[in-house]
Design a protein. Sequence first.
Length: 271
Amino acid sequence: MTNTPVRFANAHVLITGGGSGIGRLMARGAAGRGARVTIWDMSEERGRAVRDEIRSSGGRAEAVALDITDRAAVDRAAVQTGAVDILVNNAGVVTGKRLLDAEPEAIRRTFEVNTLSLYRMTRAFLGGMIARDRGTVVTIASAAGLVGVARQTDYSASKFAAFGFTESLRAELAADRSRVGTLVVCPYYINTGMFAGVTTKYPWLLPILDEQEVATRILDAIERGKRQLILPGLVRLIPGGRMLPVSAFDAVLNTLGINKTMDHFRGRAGS
């Protein structure tokens, strides 16, 4: 089963965290496919820079400086933004620290941005989509939303929640026979800088993904009406691996080096 295929031409696309990383690349790509793009980003400077890039190429774009952890600000901005055809919940943060080293405020913010913002954003625009009986809600989760990883107790848990959020929303919409679609994206590490310093033991099996390729794959998946995009293909085997005893499942992950990937994590400079 798939969603109804989507055309970007003349669609209104809203992307959170659209001022950098794959958010920026998706914004540029969607505009290049004919969409009108609205960028929401914490940084006014980054958001406007992407807006200006798009406009200089002949595209249509607006930028809003906004903290999506502020519910009242989201609600006000949603009214000003108007109807949205494709909502891309892309904004995300990571601490990359062991549980006892992570500050409580940083843990809280991880869930505010990566999880609770999904509810604020989607509730702000879903009603209009349902009334028009069209639209797509895209959630950028993570491969860490399918398997827990050392030094990601907050990040991985927040992305497990993001995956479950989208799966439950998909079921609700299907039960209501709505034509509004959902897409959940679960990529391995991407070379955006957010996970600077991470390593992969077997790059031919689990490569650090190229940000432009991921952004393009996501836009293609939206157009084709896909409901799930997991990158790379090996990650799709994780749910089946849970049929193994826990000790055997953990041994497989350790053999692949998964729990060592964050050992040299630095993260994005200045974030």
